[in-house]
Design a protein around this ligand. Structure first.
Ligand code: HEC
Ligand code: HEC
Length: 363
């Protein structure tokens, strides 16, 4: 009972569902936690309950997703993304940047997210002992997921933050736009280099203060993005320059994620970033899409830039080696291709369809 009394504070009960035996008996009405994007009154955010305060009968329900979104300043988030990278590299850094900005703006339920504070990061960067765990969700995103070189951590961390903030059917529209932005943008942005020049980024000392070479990677893969940038710039992958390049890129991606979400809540995301697949990708997707007709090429999915990897299209000219799940040969490629419309018309149709509605709908 003592424990229950302690928990029966105004602020706490307002926001948390406590499902203990005592509560169920009717002493209290359980309040279901719900994400509310607007804070009704200015209150000190309720400190999350500590695991040690929980008794076995008590079950605290985490607030259900999504946690809501309010317009954020992309330039502020760009700077957070940059310092976030200094601490947690791309995945953790970008996730932390967006979450921190949302926590500051919205409070509950973002104060439930285990998140080191800005002061913790500053202190740690200054070499001071914080005595805290600075582990961040999505930290594994570094180097294309625990240094595996797959999806770049910056869009990965951002996508995770977007999925916490927005209803999933909205997140699913925003995320591929961010990925397409990543494929087609020369990183680091000019804004990023300007901030370095003006010394507006947060870290007390930058690892590199130069205007760094820019490169468009045409891929969301860390391996490709880092590899092409290093090859173009002449800097090694473990150089301070590469590190700084990725820190600025992290800020740029965090800023774009927020720009897209801002546009999304205002309903003008397609004006802010009209997604256009490359011509080649649109032409491939006439046949190769997430579909049910195996023989027609529908044994693939996705919208990455096809030509970044498939440069040799000669297989299409040769004998078809494809066999169905039942071991039946499909026949000559030319025969299979004849199933569809002419490629040109088809590609046009795909491109048109994509720019009209959910260009991110997997088709
Ligand atoms: C008109 C329909 C059509 C279009 C357009 C098309 N493909 Fe294909 N593709 C097929 C079919 C059907 C197969 C399976 C038959 C085969 O293996 O040749 C295939 C097979 C392939 C294969 C496997 C071939 C092998 O033997 O290794 C690759 C890779 C491929 N396509 C890539 C692409 C890319 C990249 C594009 C865009 C530049 C593209 N395709 C455009 C229909 C198409
Ligand atoms: C990151 C590199 C990459 C990108 C981007 C990419 N592919 Fe592939 N794709 C591959 C690899 C690797 C394979 C396996 C090739 C193999 O085993 O011969 C493959 C296989 C395929 C196959 C044949 C499946 C099979 O093994 O017969 C098709 C068809 C295909 N890709 C189409 C596409 C299309 C369409 C796109 C663009 C929407 C695309 N790919 C984008 C790397 C890529």
């Amino acid at each position: 009972m003592k424990e229950e009394k302690k928990l029966h504070r105004r602020g706490f009960i307002k926001n948390l569902a406590i499902m203990s035996g005592a509560v169920a008996c009717g002493a209290l009405t359980a309040v279901k936690a719900k994400a509310n994007p607007v804070i009704p009154e200015k209150e000190t955010p309720v400190p999350p309950i500590k695991a040690t305060q929980l008794t076995p009968e008590m079950k605290v329900e985490a607030p259900e997703l999504p946690w809501g979104y309010q317009e954020l300043d992309p330039e502020y988030v760009r700077k957070l993304g940059h310092i976030g990278f200094y601490e947690k590299e791309c995945g953790g850094g970008v996730f932390w940047a967006i979450m921190t900005a949302l926590k500051e703006k919205i409070g509950y339920p973002y104060n439930f997210m285990p998140l080191p504070s800005r002061d913790d990061f500053f202190a740690n960067l200054a070499g001071k002992e914080t005595g805290k765990s600075l582990q961040v969700m999505m930290q594994y995103g570094v180097g294309g997921a625990a240094n595996f070189g797959s999806l770049c951590g910056a869009p990965n961390g951002a996508a995770s933050a977007i999925t916490i903030a927005l209803p999933y059917h909205d997140a699913e529209k925003v995320i591929p736009k961010l990925f397409r932005y990543y494929e087609t943008t020369a990183f680091p942005n000019h804004e990023a280099s300007e901030y370095v020049f003006e010394e507006e980024y947060y870290p007390p000392k930058y690892l590199n203060s130069k205007v760094l070479p820019q490169n468009v990677s045409h891929s969301v893969l860390c391996h490709v993005s880092v590899g092409k940038w290093c090859a173009k710039s002449g800097y090694a992958s473990k150089s301070y320059e590469r590190f700084e390049r990725c820190a600025r890129l992290a800020g740029d991606v965090a800023a774009m994620a927020v720009t897209l979400m801002n546009a999304h809540i205002k309903g003008d995301i397609n004006t802010v970033f009209p997604t256009k697949l490359s011509k080649e990708t649109a032409s491939c997707k006439v046949c190769h899409f997430h579909g049910e007709k195996f023989e027609a090429g529908q044994f693939t999915r996705g919208s990455m830039e096809c030509e970044s990897c498939h440069t040799d299209m000669r297989p299409h000219l040769g004998e078809n080696k494809l066999s169905t799940a039942y071991g039946i040969d499909v026949g000559k490629w030319a025969g299979a291709a004849a199933i569809g419309t002419g490629v040109g018309i088809g590609a046009h149709a795909v491109a048109g369809r994509l720019s009209k509605k959910g260009e991110n709908d997997e088709e």
